[in-house]
Structures are given as C-alpha cells and as structure tokens.
Ligand binder design. Structure first.
Ligand code: NAD
Length: 357
C-alpha cells in the first residue's frame, strides 16, 4: 500500500480531484489517500490557505497529487504553488507533451518531455525596483565594474544560474531518459549571449552528458529551439531548460498537443514529488461538473509510474486515451464545437474512463 497525499485544492479542484481518485482506484493501484486541503476555501475556516497539517502530510507521505489552487490575494503567499516548490525544494518541473488521438491539434504523434529547472534563473525572485536606494547602489557598483553601463531609472531582475543547480537538473533529465526508455536529451540555452549563466549551463550539460554515453545529447539555442519545435517537433525527446525558457516552452509544447485540458505535470525534488495539472483552478467553472479531468488524471498516471506502479499507470493511460479517441463521453472542450449538447460532465467522463478498465 502506498500512502499518497491528495490536496483537493479550490475552484474546480475538488471535482477533478474526486474524478481522478476514482480512476486511480479503479486502475487497481493500491493507494491509501491522505486527503488534505489548501487554497481559498480552507482559508475561510483555517485562517491560512496552507494549513500546517497539509504540509506535514506532504512531508510524511513524500508523494502528493495536487488539484489546482487559486493564488489568493493578500495572504502573504505570492503563490501557494510556488511556496510548495520552494519549501520542499522541488527543483524539477516535468511536463510530458504527448498527442492523443481525438484531441484537436495541428500536430500528430508528438511525444516529448520538458524538464524545467524550478528554483533559479530570472525566477529566483531577486528583483530591485527602479529608484530605490538598493537599485541605485547596485547600478553604481555595476557601472564601476562593467564596461557596459545601466541607464538611470532601470529596474533590475537578477539571473543566478549555479553549477550545482544546473548539475542536478541535467542529471535529472538524463536519469529520467534512462528510466523511461528515452533516447535523447536536448539542452536549451542562449549561451552565445549570456556566457556566464547560460554558458555555464551549457558547459555543465556537456559534462553531465559524458556520464550517460547510452543517451544521445545535443544542445540548441532557445530561439532556434522554438522554431524547430513548431516545424519538426517529432525530432525531440527529452528537453532540459533553465527556469524561464522552460516556462515558455512548456506552454508552447502544451499548445502542440492540444492545450491545457490535457497537459499533466509534476514538481519533483530529491525526496518529495507533487503531481499536478498544468492548468489552474478555473474559478468560473467551480461546482458545475463541467471541466475536463484529463490533465489531473494524466498527472496521476505520472505519479503511478513514479511509484513504480507501471501496469496500473499503463492501464489508466490506455483507458483515458480510448475515451478521448472515441470522443463520445468527453467534456465540452474535447468536442468539435464547445456548445455541443452531447458533452458530458467531469464525473461522467471519469465514469467512462473507469468503464474502459
Ligand atoms: P486556468 O488554467 O485556471 O483557466 C484558464 C481557462 O482555461 C479556463 O477559464 C478554462 O476556459 C480553461 N481550462 C482550464 N482548465 C480546464 C479544464 N480542466 N478543462 C477545461 N477547460 C479548462 O487559468 P487562470 O484563469 O489564469 O487561473 C485561475 C487561478 O488558478 C489563478 O488564481 C491562478 O493563480 C491559479 N493557477 C493555479 C495553478 C496551480 O494550482 N498549479 C496553475 C495555474 C494557475
């Protein structure tokens, strides 16, 4: 029996969490769910959107399936999702992008995986507002130490990229490739322009690649990578990127396979892993039993593989693929026309998936 924390989230979270839990159980996975709350709903009673009890559960079970959470305003949390990633050092964001027959998209047969670094780069949150004493001091220092000058009245965001941070994410990408029968890792950067950050990233990527002679390695400059993904996405397998490029290319790749309704994800550290859909809490659909549960169900498929429950993962993924391919018992977003009266609700789509197993 595997103990897993299930965070129901808010907005559409509880509906898709329940649909997903039922599907995972029906796949025969031996999971003992520890159901926990986070988000704006629990804030009303607990006074915090992230109760200690939830954090303790994630800490104890080490594997969490998390439904979306609204970013609450004025609670001291910039975002609970970001807070969880930082608190548990979930440094790898994993986003598989795979075509499923029946999902409308411009492309077919895409099967690639984005591995995004989650803790460094321009997203480290180290920023200085224009006109403040801190920024003035920093600009003065930079102007006296660099051949280039920063204009007055500039705001500054810092881009730290470390050897240790790059090593662990590139190793993660290669290990993932090895464990999942993938053939190639592509490291993405802009090393020609940013020699001391992206250049370092590329250098570390090349060093780590030497330890994995069984996996092909190549690098791409990020702008070229964008063009290649739009023109020849089938050439790519596992793509590893620093935080900012990873964020942008994750969405680009989600777009290649049909969008947010079918885009799963995970945030993984050395000890803990949190599996979650790429999409948010879509508050306008809350309680309507309307939205597509697929992205969270496919996140659960990733979780089952992480737990080494591979047969159960395959069974669930095949059932989801079959229901989508049939196109009958699917939510509005998977119908050719969004007003299609034959669209089913969240829980009915889960029923159809369960019936296929
Ligand atoms: P969103 O992803 O919640 O919704 C955008 C639109 O996408 C929806 O209006 C809907 O049309 C569509 N959509 C999303 N999920 C869908 C599904 N499962 N099935 C069908 N259609 C779906 O993005 P948003 O409106 O920008 O964000 C709402 C809240 O969610 C914000 O507070 C945001 O901070 C939060 N958020 C949370 C997470 C997370 O928990 N990991 C991720 C992104 C956004």
């Amino acid at each position: 029996m595997h103990k897993v924390t299930l965070i129901r989230g808010d907005g559409i979270g509880p509906e898709i969490a329940e649909a997903t839990r039922r599907c995972v159980d029906a796949a025969g996975a031996k999971i003992q769910w520890d159901i926990q709350e986070a988000g704006v709903d629990i804030m009303a009673t607990a006074g915090t959107p992230l109760p200690d009890q939830t954090l303790q559960s994630i800490d104890k079970t080490e594997v969490t399936l998390k439904a979306p959470i609204t970013t609450p305003v004025g609670t001291g949390f910039r975002s609970i999702n970001v807070h969880l990633r930082q608190h548990f050092d979930l440094y790898a964001c994993l986003r598989p992008c795979k075509s499923y027959q029946g999902v409308r998209s411009r492309y077919e047969d895409i099967d690639l995986v984005i591995v995004r670094e989650n803790t460094e780069d321009l997203y480290a949150g180290i920023e200085f507002e224009k006109g403040t004493d801190a920024v003035n001091e920093l600009v003065q220092w930079i102007n006296s130490h660099s051949k280039r000058q920063i204009r007055p009245n500039s705001g500054i965001s810092i881009k730290p990229i470390s050897v240790a941070g790059s090593q662990r994410i590139v190793k993660f990408a290669f290990d993932y490739a090895r464990q999942n029968g993938r053939k190639k890792v592509t490291s993405v950067h802009k090393a020609n322009i940013m020699k001391h950050t992206d250049g370092l990233w590329l250098e570390v990527s090349r060093q780590v690649a030497k330890q994995y002679p069984d996996i092909e390695f190549e690098d791409r400059i990020v702008d070229n990578m964008c063009m290649q993904l739009v023109q020849k996405p089938e050439l790519y397998d596992v793509i590893v990127l620093p935080n900012l490029y990873g964020d942008i290319l994750s969405d680009l790749c989600a777009g290649l396979v049909g969008g947010l309704g079918v885009a799963p994800g995970a945030n993984i550290g050395d000890k803990k892993a949190v599996f979650e859909a790429t999409h948010g809490s879509a508050p306008k659909y809350k309680g309507l039993n309307k939205v597509n549960p697929t992205a969270l169900i496919l996140s659960a498929v990733m979780m089952l593989r992480h737990l080494n429950l591979r047969a159960e993962a395959d069974k669930l993924e095949h059932a989801v693929a079959a229901v989508i391919a049939e196109g009958r018992d699917v939510t509005y977003d998977l119908k050719p026309n969004r007003d299609d009266p034959t669209a089913v609700g969240t829980s009915e789509m889960a029923d159809a998936i369960i019936a296929k197993m």
